[in-house]
Design a protein around this ligand. Structure first.
Ligand code: PFF
Length: 463
């Protein structure tokens, strides 16, 4: 075993990688994007993107990681393409940016868990007051980052894998319990129909870009998180089936999150599905009202369970976001894991402070930037999200597939996929991955990337 450490089993890797994938993206973002994007119409587009375009990118990332046993920057160099180190650095930059604001929202989730335990349901109505109490939420963020750093400092099998083995099964149990409970509430069926009956008329080009962006973010693709985790797996593992389990778990949990959320909303709105706060406030503003109406004891149990679920989901993701720069520094600068972890976590926490104060507390960061053609300014937090996750991740995905197919060359990729999976040769799966990585992903991802980028930052409307 190399001194870098390793996952102790294929299951350990799958749980950790699925933990990276399942996060705030699934439980916080997915349901409100569904609500804004035509219900099941969005879900169908999302599923198609996840399996058709994202799955091949995932397989490619894991293969590059396992082949080189290196961080994203070192991986391109180890394959003999030093000029591509920029792609690894871009991935690390996106990871750092994403973690800086992600940890703030994770801190909110953790803070809400504590408020639910106290039975403070009024917090939903006071969400902006809550986020503007920057000392308090800063402290929650600090605690969350410290727990993340503690897990990462314990290494791959003793930290990340061990945590995932506890957190992931607990998360699945919690979401199942909450989904069953939500579906037993009055008007649950109205919520479920709202979720599952497609409204194709609401599908605009923007909804399509959002679905792809969401799929990339949710599957943790495009920044080398899976190159990093893949660098710690054994050559006996079957990459294609591992990636399939990770993708299925991720979309499965997102799907369940919708099944849980919309019956809650239906219950609150007496089945009208109107007048609730959608968007990012869906969870933080609307849900506490639902929990309150369940009565104090049941409300505390269900509310605390929900925000604990959200915190667990976020934690396995923040761990993977931190692991990317940590592996880079440990590999490339031969630094000690512990020192690197605490140093990098501190820097990212500090980088997150402008996001922390950008929800009303600081005028400068709240109205940070107005894009060309936009009617209102974006906050610093939203801006970092737009750059780090909505722009750099899809761009990273495009470049990774171009790299694998045309620079490293696809026969090398396929050869790596056959290691640990000799039966892959000649199957439709292999042919599909070959086709997708060579043509489908580079072309479609580039198109969507260009439309999203120009549309978002420069107000260019193509349709
Ligand atoms: N997949 C995570 C989520 O859905 O919340 C976010 C994320 C984690 C993105 C790790 C990228 C990453 F590398």
């Amino acid at each position: 075993m190399s001194s870098r450490g390793n996952f102790s089993s294929k299951l350990g890797f799958i749980l950790a990688a699925a933990g990276s994938a399942v996060g705030l993206g699934n439980i916080w973002k997915f349901p409100f994007e569904v609500a804004d994007g035509g219900g099941a119409a969005f879900v169908l587009i999302y599923l198609a993107f996840a399996f058709i375009l994202c799955f091949p990118v995932m397989v490619t990332e894991i293969a590059i990681g396992r082949k080189t046993q290196k961080n994203p920057v070192g991986a391109y160099a180890a394959l003999g393409f030093k000029n591509w180190k920029f792609l690894g650095l871009m991935g690390i930059l996106s990871g750092v940016l994403i973690l800086s604001f992600y940890n703030v929202v994770a801190g909110w989730a953790f803070g809400y868990f504590l408020e639910m335990v106290k039975g403070n349901f009024g917090i939903g109505q006071n969400f902006s007051q809550f986020t503007n109490d920057v000392i308090n939420v800063g402290l929650y963020g600090l605690v969350f980052m410290a727990i993340t750093a503690f897990i990462v400092s314990k290494g791959i099998s003793g930290g990340i894998e061990k945590a995932a083995k506890f957190l992931m099964p607990s998360l699945v149990i919690m979401i199942l319990l909450l989904t069953f409970y939500a579906s037993s509430l009055p008007n649950a069926m109205k919520g479920i129909s709202y979720y599952l009956i497609p409204e194709f008329s609401e599908v605009t080009p923007e909804v399509i870009y959002n679905a792809l962006g969401q799929a990339f973010f949710s599957l943790s693709l495009g920044m080398g998180a899976l190159i990093t985790y893949g660098s710690y797996i054994s050559r006996g593992d079957n990459i294609v089936s591992s990636a399939a389990y990770i993708t299925l778990t991720d979309v499965g949990i997102a799907f369940l999150a919708g099944l849980m959320m919309f019956p809650f909303v239906a219950y609150l709105t007496d089945g009208t599905m109107e007048g609730f706060s959608g968007g990012p406030g869906l969870i933080f503003v609307t849900l506490p009202g639902v929990f309150e109406s369940l009565g104090s004891t049941l409300g505390i149990v269900v509310g605390a369970l929900f925000f604990l679920l959200l915190s667990f989901a976020a934690l396995t993701s923040t761990v993977s976001l931190l692991e990317v720069p940590v592996t880079y520094v440990v590999d490339e600068f031969k630094a000690s894991r512990k020192t690197s972890v605490w140093l990098i976590a501190t820097l990212i926490f500090l980088l997150g402070i402008p996001s922390l104060v950008s929800n009303g507390y600081s005028e400068l960061f709240t109205s940070f930037i107005t894009y060309v053609g936009a009617s209102s300014p974006a906050s610093f937090m939203t801006f970092v999200e737009h750059v780090g996750s909505d722009t750099l991740l899809p761009l990273g995905g495009v470049l990774i597939t171009i790299f694998a197919a045309y620079v490293w060359k696809k026969h090398n990729l396929i050869e790596e996929l056959r290691v640990g999976n000799p039966n892959l040769e000649g199957t439709w799966k292999e042919k599909y991955i070959d086709f997708a990585v060579s043509y489908l992903c580079p072309i479609l991802l580039t198109l969507v990337f260009i439309f999203t980028f120009l549309g978002r930052f420069f107000g260019v409307n193509f349709f």
